[in-house]
Design a protein around this ligand. Sequence first.
Ligand SMILES: C[S@@+](CC[C@H](N)C(=O)[O-])C[C@H]1O[C@@H](n2cnc3c(N)ncnc32)[C@H](O)[C@@H]1O
Length: 183
Amino acid sequence: MKKNILLDQAHAILSSLLSKDDVVVDATMGNGYDTLFLSEIAKEVYAFDIQLNAIAKTKEKVGELSHVHLIHDSHENLINYVNTFKAVIFNLGYLPQGDKEITTKTKTTLKTLNLILPILKKDGFIQLIVYPGHEEGKSEDQAIQSWIQTLNPHHYHIIETRFLHEEKHPPYMLMIYKTKDES
Ligand SMILES: C[S@@+](CC[C@H](N)C(=O)[O-])C[C@H]1O[C@@H](n2cnc3c(N)ncnc32)[C@H](O)[C@@H]1O
């Protein structure tokens, strides 16, 4: 079975939940695979990355599409560009074939998660692919796992998808569904 079965599952979920009426955020653009995928199923896509290289790679894939916004900025500033959306996706970690030192950081990831949760639409969701197999990823994993325990179960449903018998620390997916507005 293909190793990227997790990403295939992540995309299958996005296809089933999103429609051409939805605005979505790709918080970690990277090589643009997710941005391209979202561009085909959503009304508008706001994609962020701190690396110009990522913007260039993504532009190669999506070209110039008026409903796709490639933004060279950290996702913690996303509110400066878009303030209402159905979903935010994070594929954490570093650019494959890129500089492994430029990776998502625990503090920033948690900051952005806390920022988007109250403005996420009811019936919206956050999708996270987490990579505990490298040092910063391990810290991110632990922080995210602690953070989800603080979320009110009357307002959020959280589902985790994991490989159950892989050797080291395989990536996993978290889906955080907002079922009720906080107030
Ligand atoms: C695993 S890659 C994403 C893969 C991507 N979704 C794809 O389809 O190819 C993670 C990306 O997150 C980016 N990143 C790290 N910190 C970030 C931040 N604070 N804001 C936006 N992007 C960030 C990295 O530069 C890297 O390109």
